[in-house]
Design a protein around this ligand. Sequence first.
Ligand SMILES: Cc1cc2nc3c(=O)[nH]c(=O)nc-3n(C[C@H](O)[C@H](O)[C@H](O)COP(=O)(O)OP(=O)(O)OC[C@H]3O[C@@H](n4cnc5c(N)ncnc54)[C@H](O)[C@@H]3O)c2cc1C
Length: 376
Amino acid sequence: MTFSKTMPTIAIIGGGPAGLATAIELTKKNATFNVQLFDSPQKSETKFGESIPPASTPYLKSLFGKDYARNMKHHLPCPGSISVWGDEQPGYNDFLFQLEGSGFHLDRQHFEHQLRETAFSQGVKWHQGFKLSKLQKFENKVQLEFNTQSRFNHQLDADFIIDATGFSSQATRRMNVARNLLDEVIYLCVSLPIQNQSHLLPQTLIEATATGWWYVAKTPSDTCVITYCVDKSIYKKYALELSENWLSHLTQTRWLKFQIEETIKLLENHSPTIHRRVAPSSILSNVVGSNWLAIGDAASTYDPISSAGITKALVHANIAAQSISNYFTTNQQDSLLEYQKRVFDDFNQYCQLRYQLYRSEQRFRTSEFWKNRTHH
Ligand SMILES: Cc1cc2nc3c(=O)[nH]c(=O)nc-3n(C[C@H](O)[C@H](O)[C@H](O)COP(=O)(O)OP(=O)(O)OC[C@H]3O[C@@H](n4cnc5c(N)ncnc54)[C@H](O)[C@@H]3O)c2cc1C
């Protein structure tokens, strides 16, 4: 397949928040890009990650434009968090006084659907069920091959590619770009349908324990998410993949269990499915090259303790689109390097925040989970 030289083809690989937001921002920067987005066949597994802070609001407004209010109506406003962390008494973090207003608890699947609809309406060519299988980089183009659900593979010559495939970074890995791993925690998550959620508070509820920490978020469509963050060794030691063990740890919390008594009763009657998700803190050694860029979790991953993975993807999408636009206008790599600097700076800031957050819990400082997070 060939394209006119005057209309550069930009291939985005990965259709999560990072890939979709970059596609939308690119169509706004330069209507002459041929933006093609390729996403693997959709997995049946539940995607977790639902809390977004008020800081994401300007970026959501930029993406959804006049449909912002209509789209965000589907999600639950989140006024902040209540956490038992570093103290026996709960502490309140209110979003009330933030200029951007409240954050949100997202219906994650529907949020990605809304981003897809927006991208589609802006002229992004969407290829669902296309899994990157081969990549060859030349000086001025990148040759891509995708496995599809048909008998035939799909090939494309792109002028520029964006790796938005999440932590597995399928494109940059094929270019031998190294990933630096700082830490890795395990999240054991349950998504529970609840008919009447009136007993659940709208804030994110958090409690630290000797073995890790919990969070509970009320989510739209009558569901709630309950998550336990632990180390791999703790996960194995207590066989936490078994719902009875996971539940027994939940009922040993000192404050949280009283906030979600009704929910615990439901859990006791239903033996919930425990979804295991690995959450690394990591970053690529380079996030840009002469005709490529990595974004979202493909570039850097944050521990969900930061609640910043999606916001980071949206912020970087906005900057990346501008950098790519400048790159094609000037034919200079400087703007890509500016984007890289921003990704590296944000990661350093995140590392400090993560350290401070874990450090601020001193009650369990001698236990393995907390020692592992606070040793440099
Ligand atoms: C348990 C847990 C809780 C979290 N909680 C929060 C939270 O509260 N708030 C928050 O902001 N963040 C949270 N996060 C992080 C957040 O989910 C991620 O930062 C976010 O999903 C990153 O988006 P992304 O688009 O970069 O990657 P992804 O969402 O991983 O999307 C990657 C896409 O690439 C596609 N893909 C993969 N391989 C290929 C291939 N070979 N070819 C084509 N396509 C491919 C996949 O199908 C997928 O659609 C959480 C994460 C976890 C694990």
